[in-house]
Design a protein around this ligand. Sequence first.
Ligand code: K1U
Ligand code: ZN
Length: 167
Amino acid sequence: MALLEILKYPDPRLHKIAAPVSVVNGEIQELVKNMIQTMYAAPGIGLAAPQVNVLKQVVVIDISDSKDQLHVFINPVITASFGEEENEEGCLSVPDIYDRVRRATKVTVQAIDIKGNRFELQAEGLLAVCIQHEIDHLKGKVFVEYLSKLKQTRLRDRLKKQLRKKM
Ligand code: K1U
Ligand code: ZN
């Protein structure tokens, strides 16, 4: 297993669109294992393949404190959503930034698991928020894009300044 490098906003590669997985083979299973290890090590509660520069529709999520409620979603699609509420979100690609985002309260998601079997899951609370956040990553969308233009400009300027300091 290996720890993968997580791309940091405003890296333009975070805005590329991920392609569906055609077959769940050994290569995909290896990617999933590495993503799980990277998510737990970060630490985070979710990770989407484009965040580690792989343009495939693969997501891992574990919102539990005990790290024993892992979900793997390959080619996930939200087929139904209910309600709307605002919650605080963070992102491993935007370190140290947390802000409120309005999303559906409950979602139904269809996906393929690590063994290649199709499944459907109904989620609410933090799991529903995280599923929507990760599926956005597959579409090239980062949560800060829901914030006001002013906040986005300030954030980009701050991150660019930090990058310049590091060089
Ligand atoms: O996609 C990502 O970058 C992962 C992200 C998932 C997420 C968090 C909160 C709301 C929506 C989506 C994170 O994991 S950020 C880190 C985080 O939330 C966390 C880290 C350690 C312990 C508990 C939470
Ligand atoms: Zn994220």
